[in-house]
Design a protein around this ligand. Structure first.
Ligand SMILES: *[C@@H]1O[C@H](CO)[C@@H](O)[C@H](O)[C@H]1NC(C)=O
Ligand SMILES: *[C@@H]1O[C@H](CO)[C@@H](O)[C@H](O)[C@H]1NC(C)=O
Length: 720
């Protein structure tokens, strides 16, 4: 197999930029899909570093941003040996100077090399940056001088991996947790479909950067997360389900730690039952995290035997960090056995911080709380010489000035289908106007309407609302439902129409009359009827009412049963209504997609995402032949604790044909993607930025880390 290294990257970008075919006979019309990713528009992650100076407290001015302020950059790694000579082109004008400077122990501020994941250009990639601070004239004692020099560092930036890894045809996949050993890159990619619903596509690959040779290290049918390569390079440790698979958990994954030979994945063996995020201190010592029986996240140590057959029985595990502080995502410094780095959540702070844990004194030393107390910091990593610690955090706030990346309102996401452009919107429940030139969406609380190019954004409704749809005939009429989301059957939720172009008249009209959780309105193609879900009988079922007069003008029940039918979408040809339902397993949390004719005949299941799986939010394509929807079909793609909060971290966007064929995964990330809509216009691939800089970094840490188990019970269990 050939992989996609920086050299092959050039070819991929050229191919992506090639002209798209012109619509006509046999060529599908160009369309757009728009969706939401919880929190993602605010992430603005960059990789930062702080010196690790024994005996001294970190100074805020010592923090250096290593990545360039474009896009979202995260999950960094300091390579164990310099890659500079291999990646710098022979003809690079400063090649000799840079390599010499890197090697010079007298450099006032030596080059930092970092490998990381970036989501620039609408897809996930692994990049390498070397950052040189050449200005020897900078006064080391003066923090302002130092900061100024670092604003214009000399940067060498090389994409190491942009394709799917190996045979990834369209080059689209999630990449995660890169480690670089020599010129071998070990990482997670999601480019291979397991073919089995509700199984993760995350698997570990190795790419030899000099020739692009790529090999899958994870066995077929298995998902591996959070790989870590041992200091010698010989072994890789991962968090894995093995063959038992995902059972739907969204907090701690029920993974075990496996190790295998980095060169080809052979010798694979489970070494620790129950654990995640492994890292090696030496080739026989691993650290990892787990949520212990006392409820605290803690770091544990696993000591592998010096010789003989490996198994969980011969590996000795020991809890390292005490209850009272959640400590997780450990990092080690190869060969240095005096300390580890961890992310923590302390009961007296609502922010995630990076700390060092001293393995001799058995105590924490806070780092980032002293530098930026009110920002979340994620996934630490330590330089091979133990002199620096790296992590990622949102670059907003203090770093706004340095940020060159705009805050995106519509972000183009690389599409696996040339005829469909895909956008992430900074808002939820988007829908396209019939012409496709306007978008209605929800930004809690309130409904907004905006032009496709981001202009003329207006709030058209102030109260909490969800699920928008446009009338196909009456221009400027948007339907939505107003009231609490995720509420019970009898909650006060009503379907309303809003005349968004007619503010003088009574623009808002209430269409339902009983308030019993009436939601998800979708109009028929002729604009005469609306299908919606209602909890009026005690169950959420589907009803059809008059689009203009509301339920007083005529109401007809479409589905009837002791279960939930919801999230309905009427096809453009009027023949079908697609909806999500748990009718096969009421109350289980499992939702499947169904189709039914508006006259109540022809009910059939379109897709089920495995046993107890979820498929939600169906929306028809403009030609009525396909549906876009959200699903957990591809399981979970990374340990949720390595991200900020996502209610449903398994949410990805898929399309499927009405006959149930041609299932396609559109998004690849470890975040929660949802509420897709499919519209007629094709807007190319240009991003739309927010006209004004607005808030950055307003996202929350994992809600389930906000709970701190009682310490007394923890002590009892520890002693027992
Ligand atoms: C990728 O993104 C960067 C930064 O946003 C931009 O300067 C560059 O032109 C993009 N490259 C392509 C091929 O789109
Ligand atoms: C119901 O609607 C479908 C689709 O329009 C149609 O094919 C079918 O004949 C209708 N059945 C009845 C009983 O009206």
């Amino acid at each position: 197999m050939r992989g996609s290294t920086g050299f092959i990257l050039l070819l991929l970008l050229t191919a992506a930029a090639a002209a798209n075919p012109v619509p006509g006979d046999g060529v599908p019309a160009k369309t757009s899909i728009i969706f939401t990713t919880l929190g993602r528009p605010d992430y603005a992650f960059d990789i930062f570093t702080l010196p690790l100076t024994p005996g001294s407290l970190p100074d805020p001015n010592d923090e250096v941003r290593l990545t360039d302020g474009y896009s979202v950059n995260f999950n960094g790694h300091f390579p164990s040996s310099s890659l500079l000579a291999s990646v710098l082109p022979q003809h690079h004008p400063r090649r000799h100077e840079l390599i010499r400077s890197k090697a010079s122990p007298r450099s006032p501020s030596p080059a930092r090399e970092v490998v990381y994941v970036t989501e620039r250009n609408g897809t996930s990639a692994v990049f390498y940056d070397a950052v040189f601070d050449f200005d020897g004239a900078v006064d080391e004692g003066s923090s302002s001088g130092r900061r100024a020099a670092l604003e214009t560092p000399v940067r060498v930036q090389v994409p190491l991996l942009v394709g799917g890894g190996g045979d990834g045809k369209d080059g689209i996949s999630m990449k995660d947790r890169p480690s670089l050993v020599g010129t071998k890159l070990v990482y997670v990619s999601t480019h291979e479909d397991t073919g089995v619903p509700r199984t993760s596509w995350a698997a570990v690959y190795l790419t030899e950067l000099t020739n692009g040779f790529t090999r899958r290290l994870t066995p077929p049918g298995v998902a591996d997360f959070s790989p870590s390569v041992s200091p010698s390079g010989a072994w890789t440790a991962v968090a894995s389900y093995g063959v038992k698979g995902w059972t739907g958990e969204v907090e701690e994954l029920s993974t075990d730690i496996y190790v295998f030979l980095t060169k080809d994945g052979s010798g694979r063996v489970k070494v620790v039952e129950h654990g995640g995020w492994p890292c090696w201190m030496d080739d026989k010592t691993l650290f990892f995290h787990r949520r212990g029986e006392d409820g605290w996240w803690s770091v544990y140590k696993a000591t592998l035997p010096v010789s003989g057959q490996l198994s969980t029985e011969v590996v000795v595990t020991q809890r390292i960090t005490p209850p009272g502080i959640h400590a997780f995502t450990p990092a080690t410094s190869p060969g240095k056995n005096k300390f580890i780095a961890v992310a923590t959540r302390r009961p007296d702070s609502s922010f995630r911080h990076i700390e060092v844990f001293d393995l001799e004194k058995f105590e924490f030393k806070e780092l980032t709380r002293l530098v930026s107390p009110h920002v979340h910091h994620f996934n630490p990593f330590i330089s091979p010489d133990s002199a620096y610690i790296g992590y990622h955090k949102c670059r907003g706030g203090d770093h706004e000035r340095l940020s060159r990346s705009p805050h995106m309102f519509l972000e183009n996401v690389r599409s696996p289908m040339s005829e469909v452009s895909i956008f992430r919107i900074d808002g939820s429940f988007p829908s396209f106007s019939p012409e496709g030139n306007r978008i209605a969406y929800v930004d809690f609380p309130g409904v907004y309407v905006v032009n496709r190019d981001g202009t003329n954004r207006r709030q058209v409704y102030k109260e909490t609302a969800f699920s928008t749809s446009w009338d196909p005939v009456r221009k400027g009429v948007v339907y939505t439902s107003t009231g609490p989301t995720f509420a019970a059957e009898r909650a006060k939720v009503d379907v309303i129409s809003i005349h968004v172009d007619d503010v003088d008249e009574l623009a808002v009209k209430k269409l339902t009359t009983n308030g019993k959780n009436n939601a998800f309105p979708s109009p028929s193609a002729d604009g005469k009827w609306i299908v919606f879900r209602s909890g009026r009988t005690g169950n959420k079922n589907l009803y059809i009412m008059d689009a203009v007069k509301g339920e007083e003008g005529g109401l007809q029940r479409l589905t009837d049963g002791p279960w939930t039918d919801t999230m309905c979408s009427w096809s453009p040809d009027g023949e079908w209504i697609a909806f999500a339902s748990d009718r096969e397993n009421p109350g289980s949390g499992s939702f499947e997609l169904f189709l039914i004719h508006p006259n109540g005949t022809g009910l059939r299941k379109l897709i089920q995402s495995g046993s107890l799986g979820r498929a939600n939010h169906p929306c028809f394509s403009p030609d009525g032949k396909s549906i876009v929807f959200t699903s957990d079909y591809a399981g979970i793609s990374a340990e949720p604790i390595s991200n900020s909060h996502h209610y449903q971290p398994y949410g990805e966007i898929f399309t499927i044909k009405l006959d149930g064929s041609d299932l396609k995964r559109l998004t690849h990330n470890s975040f929660e993607d949802g509420t897709p809509a499919w519209g007629p216009a094709f807007r190319g691939t240009a991003d739309v930025d927010w006209p004004d800089f607005n808030t950055w970094c307003s996202f929350e840490d994992c809600h389930w880390l906000n709970t701190y188990p009682s310490l007394s019970s923890a002590k009892v269990q520890c002693g027992a």
